[in-house]
Design a protein around this ligand. Structure first.
Ligand code: AMP
Length: 143
């Protein structure tokens, strides 16, 4: 199998979230995946889906975990679209630091899009927790 990265480092922030060592604003969880709010959102409603299985990139995530992420992403994206009344959305997934990946645990971004509204910079500006919680509440209402 092609590897873009070195071995998985379980000290990364999403591994800590999965172990309950770091807080997160959870939207949805099942035995294989976790979906939560991105704390430096590029759009209102920006959230992430991660597999519970450790993997850095798409290439080293086993197919069943990859499929589980997509099933959860579909569920959560539908809720995001309804909650934010978004006419469109983006799925994005960066592989390796060369592609701009900043957290080395595989994740799928869900980004609601509205015409004429540009995305904010990637992983730059932390959002107020109260605002994130309020948005999460709206999304959870559709899950
Ligand atoms: P990437 O650059 O594709 O690896 O994306 C990592 C994403 O994780 C960025 O959009 C960050 O804003 C986001 N992020 C970083 N730390 C946290 C955290 N503790 N909780 C939620 N999202 C985070």
């Amino acid at each position: 199998m092609i590897k873009l990265d070195d071995a998985y480092d379980d000290g990364n922030i999403f591994a800590k979230i999965l172990r309950g060592e770091m807080p997160n604003i959870t939207l949805y969880e099942d035995d294989k995946t976790l979906a939560f709010m991105d704390i430096m959102p590029q759009a209102v409603g920006h959230c992430l889906v991660i597999p519970k299985q450790p993997a850095v990139t798409f290439l080293d995530l086993p197919d069943d975990a990859s499929a589980a992420v997509m099933v959860t992403a579909k569920k959560v994206a539908a809720a995001v679209v309804k909650a934010l009344d978004a006419p469109g959305f983006m799925l994005a997934q960066l592989n390796s630091s060369a592609a701009g990946q900043t957290v080395p645990h595989y994740h799928m971004h869900i980004l609601p899009r509205h015409e004429g509204l540009e995305l904010k910079f990637h992983a730059r500006e932390p959002e107020d927790m109260a605002v994130l919680n309020e948005t999460a509440e709206k999304i959870r209402a559709y899950l």
